[in-house]
Design a protein around this ligand. Structure first.
Ligand code: ATP
Length: 235
């Protein structure tokens, strides 16, 4: 459903993405693994319409995304949780979630979507009236994922969802992501430095190094590959 081909991006003379090709099929969880500076955020930003790549093509269900604006890409069914989260601190949990339901289809389904998000994150349900700026990093990450789901995406893009979270909170978040994946209507493309965790839930993975795809395969195979283990699993 997502077909990325020949994707290039340069910041001035620095080549951040070099001829990247990636596929995400319906119902799949795909992980992109890479060290700091590998180009992971640049790649997701290009898919989400947050930056215009220097070259290449990103097709979603046959529609070319390069050149479209971020909100048009959300309307096509792709929602993104960026590293920066961009939550509205003075607003409550429930109000932040509502902001995610901005397309016409999402607005119509808002109550059902909210129930789904609260079933994934019961903790948020209990705190629905709390203002977001007073909440922990882990809670804010759950709200950011919840807000993306309110758009009723068929593809969810996640930029380092576990970054900076305590291990127990990261585990809770990944459990919710696994449930989203199992529910089957939303495919997931995530970039993660926590390669072990990401490969546990992903079907397939790609290895990104200095802007190039240097490996790809089924998640179990990548997790067992010693070269991958040395470079990405911190062994
Ligand atoms: P991290 O895990 O540290 O977030 P990343 O894999 O997401 O890294 P990117 O943020 O995509 O990597 O950056 C890829 C490369 O492009 C890095 O070398 C980075 O310094 C450079 N870069 C990113 N954004 C800019 C920018 N706005 N201007 C110039 N260089 C940039």
């Amino acid at each position: 459903m997502l077909e990325i081909d020949g994707l290039d991006h340069s910041y001035g003379r620095h080549r951040a993405l070099d001829n990247v090709a990636i596929r995400v099929h319906p119902g799949e969880v795909v992980a992109i693994l890479g060290a700091n500076g590998a180009g992971k955020t640049t790649l997701l930003s290009a898919v989400a319409g947050l930056l215009r790549p220097s070259g290449g093509s990103i097709r979603y269900r046959g529609t070319e995304l390069v050149g479209l604006r971020g909100h048009q890409i959300v309307e096509l069914g792709i929602a993104t949780v960026t590293e920066a989260r961009h939550l509205f601190g003075p607003l409550s949990v429930a109000e932040n979630l509502s902001l995610g339901a901005f397309t016409a289809a999402a607005r119509a389904a808002e109550p059902a979507s909210r129930d789904y998000v609260f079933s994934l994150f019961p903790h948020l349900a209990r705190r629905r009236s709390q203002v977001v700026r007073t909440m922990s990093g882990g809670e804010q990450q759950m709200i950011a994922v919840g807000r993306a789901l309110m758009a009723r995406p068929s593809l969810l893009l996640l930029d380092e969802p576990s970054l900076g979270l305590a291990p127990v909170i990261a585990a809770e978040l990944f459990a919710a992501l696994e449930r989203i994946a199992r529910d089957g209507t939303t495919s997931i493309l995530m970039v993660e430095q926590n390669a072990r965790r990401a490969l546990k839930m992903a079907h397939r993975g790609y290895l990104l190094s200095l802007g190039r795809i240097v490996g790809e395969g089924r998640a179990e195979a990548l997790a067992q590959d010693t070269a991958v283990a040395e470079s990405y699993l911190g062994l």
